[in-house]
Design a protein around this ligand. Structure first.
Ligand code: NAD
Length: 321
């Protein structure tokens, strides 16, 4: 039987498990069709550069997953590695080159960077129009102001999962655990945009449970296995578990799935929840960047003849999402 994308599966205790895979399938199918249309129209394929500094097994796995997802939707992936000893100046230079390379439509800079290189010192070289994982201050600022922006893919994935949870988000109390720039803060912005009343919790929050028990929607992005137990949930709450921590060789989330079952109304599994949707959303962002860059290029050529696709100036061409 074919399931509708995102349709929650009911377990024996009435907590629904909202798996990410069907949502990812739906998004990838849409991107694949868009990529084909883009190639017909422009004669080129969107291209994603995945840039990392140094060598790490974790990065290698992550990069492989992105490259595989690119292959599935027809996006060209270019993996780029700077030597572990690369300097901030070297990284800035590479980001500058990728930003001005007309053959590159999106750039992911894998984080965290080696400790001696601060993201703040290099991120200004990344063209916000190619910043498909929303790490530049311009995209973060646009997002915070409610304007069209590239949000970090994981945050966007959490919001897209909630969009398909079968419940209108408007007016609900959403609690986000985590305030990082890649997940917690942007998730909070995306939920605000969906008209939730948003509370952000973090390590200095007093009595975490008193907040989470008020949450109609709870997004947990702490990286602390089992942080949220069933007795910290409002009965019937929709819970998105973003956390992924490797414990004894297994990936586990921040929500204690056993005690949450029977209390939460809907919960995303780990693994298999936010993760698969994140990569699909990334593909959507690369496709959007390609379209925006092509439109900016067309606008620069009033004759309407499209040549090679050049980067848009920062902030241009970002469409409302
Ligand atoms: P981070 O360490 O940068 O931020 C964690 C945040 O959680 C911090 O703001 C901190 O204040 C808060 N926090 C930590 N412990 C807490 C506690 N006990 N009580 C209250 N708040 C607490 O991590 P991050 O990059 O935001 O990632 C969060 C989690 O999401 C990690 O497990 C990470 O692996 C996972 N992640 C998953 C994906 C995916 O695609 N599924 C992508 C990115 C990150």
């Amino acid at each position: 039987m074919h399931e509708q994308a995102g349709a929650p599966q009911v377990n024996s205790r009435t907590t629904c498990i909202l798996a990410g895979a069907p949502i990812a399938v739906e998004i990838r199918a849409r991107v694949r069709a868009d990529v084909l249309g883009f190639r017909r129209r422009h004669g080129t394929l969107p291209t994603l550069a995945v840039l990392h500094v140094g060598r790490s097994a974790e990065f290698a796995v992550y990069a492989r997953q992105i490259v595989r997802t690119c292959d599935r939707v027809g996006i060209v992936a270019r993996e780029e590695r700077l030597a572990g000893r690369a300097s901030a100046a070297g990284l800035r230079e590479r980001l500058r080159e990728l930003s001005s390379d007309p053959g590159v439509t999106g750039v992911i800079l894998q984080l965290p960077l080696p400790r001696r290189i601060s993201l703040r010192a290099v991120v200004g070289e990344l063209d916000p129009a190619k910043d498909v994982d929303g790490i530049t201050p311009l995209n973060a600022g646009l997002l915070a102001m409610g304007y069209p922006a590239f949000a970090p893919a994981t945050a966007q994935a959490a919001a897209e999962i909630l969009d398909r949870s079968g419940r209108s988000l408007e007016g609900l109390h959403a609690v986000v655990i985590g305030r990082s720039n890649v997940v917690g803060r942007p998730v909070a912005q995306l939920l605000l945009r969906r008209h939730c009343t948003v509370t952000i919790c973090h390590t200095r929050t007093r009595d975490l449970g008193s907040h989470t028990r008020q949450a109609d929607v709870l997004v947990v992005a702490a990286g602390s296995p089992g942080l949220v137990r069933g007795d910290m949930l409002k009965p019937g709450a929709t819970v998105v578990d973003v956390g992924t921590t490797v414990v004894d060789g297994r990936i586990v989330g921040d929500v204690d799935a056993t005690s949450a079952a029977g209390v939460a109304g809907v919960v995303t599994p780990v693994p298999g929840g936010v993760g698969p949707v994140t990569n699909a959303v990334l593909m959507e962002h690369v496709m959007l960047a390609a379209r925006n860059l092509a439109a900016a290029e067309r606008a620069r050529r009033p004759t309407g003849r499209s040549g090679r696709i050049a980067p848009a100036s920062p902030g241009t061409g970002l469409r409302r999402r």
